[in-house]
Structures are given as C-alpha cells and as structure tokens.
Ligand binder design. Structure first.
Ligand code: F6P
Length: 346
C-alpha cells in the first residue's frame, strides 16, 4: 500500500534532525510509501507548506545540523480553531500518518492530535535530554561535546590568567548538559536547575581551591539554575518575553554569577555564554546513529499500524512507548548523579 507520510520537526532545532528525516525516507521507500515534509513544524499544517522527500532529496543531509524542513515553536492548541484547521489540512493533503519529531511541546501536541483520531508517531528530540520515556534524546551528545570542548578551551586561558571563568550552558528545567559537560570538562563547580545554590557556597568552594593552590576555577552553570537569595529561589530571565508555549526566555545567570563571585571573592571573573552554538553544526556520530535508529523505527511503527507511540531508547534497545508518556514529568537529575558532580568540588 502506498501511504502518504507527513513528517515535521518542531521546537528548537537539534543536531540529528536530518538523520531522522533520512531514516524515515529510506525506510518508507522500502515499504513503497511516500514522504512529505511539512515545513516549519506545526505551522506547515496550517499553511499547507510542504516539500516532497525522496532518497535523492535527502542525499548529503546525514551530517548536516539543523533541519532541512524547518522548524518553529508554533503551538497548535494555543488558539481556538488551529487544531481543527490542522486536522482539516491533514485530510486535504491526503496524509495518512504524521511523524512528529520534537520535544515535550511538539510531542504533547502530537498526543492531543492522536486523541482526535489522527495517526501519529513521535520521535523524541531535545539537546536538553529531559524527555520522559527515553534514556537519551538525540542532539544531547552533540551539545555536550561542544560544551566540553568549550570548557577545555576555557581551562587553558583561565589557568594562564588566574581567573574564574563561568560558562553558561543550556538547560531550562534539567541540568543534564551542565552535569555531563561539567564532568567531562572537569569543571570545579557545576550548578543545575534541580538543586538551587547560594552564592556563598559557590564562593567558598572557589576559595577552598585557591587556598589549596589552584588559582583558577571553572564554574559550569545551566541557564535555568536557581540561585537562593533572601527573596527565595531566583531564576534569571532574559527581558525578551515568552515563546508560543508560554515559556519564559532564560539567560543571564552566568553574568549575574560572575559579577557576584568577583564581588565576594575579589578574584577576577569572566563569563562565556555558549547559547545556540550548542545546537548548531554537525551532529556527532552517536547522535547520527541514534537519530537514524529513531527514524527507521518510526516507519516500522507505521508499517505495523502502531500509532500514538513514541520511539525511545531503553538501555541499548530501541523501544516504543505510549505517546502519552511525554505529558508526564520531565526527566531530571537524581540525587546520586548530582552527588557525583560534587565529588570534584573543593
Ligand atoms: O529546548 C531546547 C533549548 O535549547 C533549551 O535548552 C533552551 O532553553 C531553549 O531551547 C532556547 O530556545 P530558543 O532557541 O527558542 O531561544
């Protein structure tokens, strides 16, 4: 049977998205199915902007970052009528299945669509690695490789100048990027959203290092890390408002932290914000393989008629979990893993 499979990528882009698309297209071609790329996430279902995908058009994209079909943070369920229009357009375009590649928001919308009788398969994506139901999302390995390289580079300049260098990495509600890159790069202080910190404890750790003869320090902080002050727990927000899903824009904790460390300790302190560099560029081999496995398994779900599922990694196996799983609590760092990051703190 020749099915028409619509694929879309939603939310923040992520290295490995193109590998998923390629995996879907190749597997679909083996089943005799046609793949239609829906442009710019859910937005493309409202505008009917599409692009035909075949083996030829996905040639040379495996190692490319970003997504060849574009992405957006368009929320299908924000305004009255948009989901209805999307469902109407799915029928109009003759799409039998939607493969949605995204994080909690994109897959949350996919789940809601599946409740409205649309045949949907989800693929988990986020550099933050915080989606419930899967051990790892693709994009994370690339993000931590970039952040680790940055920390390695910051080490040599920090040491040469006897400075404290604060590096701010992404991680809104979960500190996986900060914890993994901080551990891999040998950061001296690692701060994650799950476990609020006080400026005093950070400064004390740096002072202890100094007293032990280490005159430089690297502090790796997740953008969503919460600082405990007299006012309570504070998250530093950028002044740029909210996105379509109502998420506040984060950013600025690194700067605030650097200023406070310098003021309290007197040690010269600088900040580096890695920002979108963590999401750009070529995916690691690990992410290419994981994304490829996800893409192929998503099409296997289609072939089996196994809808309202999300493909996932459990240990080393690719499995299928109910799409509803993405509506559960995000996967955060547990106490044991957090304690591991503290082992190397003075
Ligand atoms: O969800 C992935 C992510 O990179 C987060 O780590 C970060 O907070 C957010 O996206 C940034 O979003 P945007 O690219 O819309 O500024």
């Amino acid at each position: 049977m020749k099915r028409r499979i619509g694929i879309l990528t939603g939310g923040g882009d992520c290295p490995g998205l193109n590998a998923v698309i390629r995996g879907v297209v190749w597997r679909a071609s083996q089943f005799g199915d046609q793949v239609i790329g829906i442009k710019n996430g859910w937005a493309g279902l409202l505008t009917c902007e599409t692009i035909m995908l075949d083996r030829k058009s996905v040639g040379g994209i495996l190692y490319r970052g970003g997504t060849i079909i574009g992405t957006s943070r368009t929320n299908l369920f924000k305004e009255e009528g948009t989901a209805k229009l999307a469902i109407k357009n799915i029928a109009k375009m003759g799409l039998d299945v939607i493969i949605a590649v995204g994080g909690e928001d994109t897959l949350g919308a996919a789940y809601k669509l599946s409740r409205k009788k649309i045949q949907v398969v989800g693929v988990p994506k986020t550099i933050d690695n915080d989606l419930p139901g899967t051990d790892f999302t693709f994009g994370f390995d690339t993000a931590i490789s970039i952040a680790t390289e940055a920390i390695d580079r910051l080490h040599t300049t920090a040491e040469s100048h006897n400075r404290v260098l604060v590096v701010e990495v992404m991680g809104r509600h979960a500190g996986w990027i900060a914890a993994y890159s901080g551990l891999a790069g040998g950061a001296d202080v690692i701060l994650v959203p799950e476990y609020p910190f006080t400026i005093e404890e950070v400064c004390e750790a740096i002072r202890r290092r100094h007293d032990a003869g280490k005159f430089f320090s690297i502090v790796c902080v997740a953008e969503g890390a919460q600082m405990v002050t007299k006012k309570g727990k504070e998250v530093i927000l950028s002044s740029k408002g909210k996105d379509a899903f109502g998420h506040v824009r984060l950013g600025g904790i690194g700067q605030v932290l650097a200023e406070k460390i310098e003021a309290v300790t007197g040690y010269e302190t600088r900040v580096t914000v890695l920002g979108h560099i963590q999401r750009g560029g070529t995916p690691t081999a690990h992410d290419r393989v994981l994304a490829t496995r996800y893409g192929v398994e998503a099409m296997n779900c289609v072939e089996d008629g196994d809808f309202a599922k999300m493909v996932a990694l459990r240990g080393t196996d690719i499995v299928r979990v109910p799409l509803k799983t993405v509506t559960k609590k995000i996967r955060t760092i547990d106490k044991d893993f957090y304690n591991l990051t503290k082992v190397f703190q003075y």
